[in-house]
Design a protein around this ligand. Structure first.
Ligand code: CMP
Length: 131
């Protein structure tokens, strides 16, 4: 069993898509072992996304991630890190595979419904940031 961090972003909660996305994750075999709704502070969002600090979208990303509550999920499954990335699909919904969460629900590269850790190392770092 492996563990990873998933975050349902403010667009997901505002658009009342939480239930649909969680149903998809459960259908794909993920267990939510911890979860909570939280409004990120600017400082938390800046630190969480510090790796993107030099990117042109950083400011907007921090603004977006603090625009409303998020749902933090500590998830468990075989091969959880890689498989969650597969289930959520490409960052850009236009490039995401059919049936993925982002293909189904994301509106743009920024408003893309869900975050998932991209490596086992980052999963550990990101999970301990919130849980
Ligand atoms: P996430 O998987 O949470 O990791 C970084 C986030 O930055 C990404 O999802 C998007 O929400 C956002 N992002 C990535 N690329 C772009 C982009 N080109 N324009 C705007 N936002 C982006």
């Amino acid at each position: 069993m492996e563990r990873t961090l998933g975050i349902l972003k403010p667009d997901c909660l505002k658009r009342k898509l939480m239930g649909k996305v969680i149903a998809k994750l459960e259908e794909k075999g993920f267990e939510i072992i911890e979860g909570r709704i939280k409004s990120l502070t600017k400082e938390e969002a800046e630190e969480f996304y510090a790796v993107h600090k030099e990117r042109p979208f950083y400011g907007e990303l921090v603004e977006f991630m603090t625009s409303g509550p998020v749902f933090l999920m500590h998830l468990e499954r075989d091969n959880a890190v890689a498989y969650l990335r597969e289930v959520i699909g490409n960052t850009d919904p236009a490039l995401a595979d059919e049936g993925t969460v982002r293909k189904l629900y994301a509106e743009s590269k920024q408003n893309n419904v869900i975050h998932a850790s991209d490596s086992l190392e980052n999963a550990k770092i990101e999970t301990s940031f919130f849980f």
